[in-house]
Design a protein. Structure first.
Ligand code: GDP
Length: 328
């Protein structure tokens, strides 16, 4: 058995090659849900969906979000309507009172659907409607995610990190904002002062069971993808106990993509593989790029960690397997 902790880009790239190395029936993926938001009444779970679409053969691999070949008629008409009605652009937060009313899972991350600031395709939207409707019918996020995973034909077990709300809030000189406002609406431009995981989330039986196995932290953002998972009650202790291998999202101090460097620096770590290793004291072995000469006091397996195709994912998954064999 093996369990991957995943955000929405680096680890899903690795997952695209894992089935050649780790049997899908014995693989669990715990996805970050700190990035989730409610948008126009729909509960959107971006990291869960990237894994869902990737493993279900439906992902748009150019963007690493959304579904391949999706249309955007609803999205486009929403903008047309907002413009005709003279409604100002999003993101438009609902009032403070509304942030903690209604569906508990969407606390502190509730946005109006006017001039949506995220691009949501028509088929993609159908997934959010199904997820939200099942949540409203009384199912947990874990149950709903598994139902969607069955619909997409997943062989791995995909679960959210918690059934409770935990919102990733980035503090900036412009004030606190949800990670999706920071990253999608403001393109990561505001200066990061601090990162907060708002809420007290409990781990689920599925997560606790999965963390009893070997754990792999893919090359995901240590602060805003893995940080929220670690903030779920019981997870950090389980990671200390489990054999854990992590793949660096850096080659020394060069990040492959995204805001991981700025986020690490803002939270007191060097924006580099060395900083990732310092942020992950519970990790027993690392997979680093062949060009990454960072000297770590833990076992290291080197390979080319750039992943542009499923074949690249297979190569990195083999390195992960080798690293796991050194610590189990
Ligand atoms: P997010 O939810 O979209 O932020 O995605 P993740 O947290 O799962 O992944 C973001 C991280 O993936 C970034 O820090 C990148 O450096 C890393 N990344 C993206 N592509 C690659 C790749 O091909 N190889 C490696 N090693 N890391 C990658």
């Amino acid at each position: 058995m093996v369990t991957f902790l995943s955000g929405g880009t680096g680890t899903p790239k690795l997952l695209s090659g894992t089935e050649d190395v780790f049997s899908p029936e014995e693989t669990t993926v715990i996805a970050n849900t700190g990035d989730d938001i409610e948008l126009g009444g729909l509960f959107v779970s971006p990291d869960v969906d990237t894994v869902l679409f990737e493993r279900g053969g439906a992902l748009d691999r150019e963007t690493w979000w959304g579904m391949e070949g999706d249309t955007h008629e609803t999205d486009e008409f929403l903008f047309e309507l907002a413009e005709s009605a003279g409604l100002e652009d999003g993101p438009r937060y609902l009032s403070d009172e509304r942030q903690t009313a209604g569906r508990e899972i969407a606390r502190w991350r509730r946005f109006s659907g006017i001039a949506e600031f995220m691009t949501i395709g028509d088929k993609d939207r159908a997934v959010h409607i199904t997820r939200t409707s099942l949540l409203d019918e009384g199912h947990t996020l874990t149950e709903v995610t598994r139902t969607l995973a069955d619909a997409f034909g997943l062989e791995i077990d995909l679960v959210p990190m918690s059934d409770d709300p935990l919102a990733t809030i980035v503090h900036t000189p412009d004030g606190p904002m949800h990670f999706q406002e920071f990253w999608v609406a403001r393109r990561g431009e505001p200066t990061i002062e601090d990162v907060e995981f708002r809420g007290e989330a409990c781990s689920t039986p599925a997560v606790r069971e999965a963390l009893g196995d070997r754990v792999v932290i893919g090359p995901s953002n240590p602060v805003t993808s893995i940080g929220p998972i670690r903030a779920v009650e019981g997870v950090e202790e389980a990671l200390v106990e489990a054999p854990v291998v992590a793949v660096s999202p850096f080659v020394e101090n060069r990040v492959f993509s995204g805001p991981a460097g700025d986020l690490l620096a803002a939270t007191g770590y060097e924006p580099s593989t060395a900083g990732v290793a310092e942020a992950y004291p519970f990790v027993d072995a690392f997979v680093l790029d062949s060009a990454d000469g960072t000297d770590l006091n833990r076992p290291v397996v080197h390979t080319d960690t750039a992943m542009d195709s499923p074949e690249d994912g297979v190569r990195v998954a083999r390195a992960v397997d080798e690293a796991l064999s050194e610590v189990t």
